[in-house]
Ligand binder design. Sequence first.
Ligand code: 5GP
Ligand code: ZN
Length: 114
Amino acid sequence: MTDCLFCKMVNGDIPPDKVYEDDEVLAFNDINPQAPVHVLIIPKKHIATLNDAEDSDTQVLGQLNQVAAKLAKDGGYADDGYRVVMNCNTAGGQAVYHIHLHLLAGRQMSWPPG
Ligand code: 5GP
Ligand code: ZN
């Protein structure tokens, strides 16, 4: 999608601060980190919100979580713990309408979130 910020990162128009890439998934550091580790993990395919995911997207939705666990293990904070979050639409706090999994780590997370 041409006017989507995260699609521009996928196609290279805007170079991301990349931490992981495979055929289906891209992960990069958040520009406004909310924790010492704050990575955004996205499908390369444009899916606007979780509500828009189709049955054929089930595999890539799982891959987002698998990449989060891999990054946590590789980064040495998997045992300490981390949080993964996907916001959906306005009340969920979604600001960028290309789905992304937030991977947050490096500090104690509070619950419930604000
Ligand atoms: P949302 O609120 O949609 O769940 O999260 C959007 C995230 O994208 C926010 O954490 C925000 O800091 C991040 N973000 C917004 N613009 C950019 C950008 O240009 N580059 C990067 N790396 N992250 C961005
Ligand atoms: Zn997009």
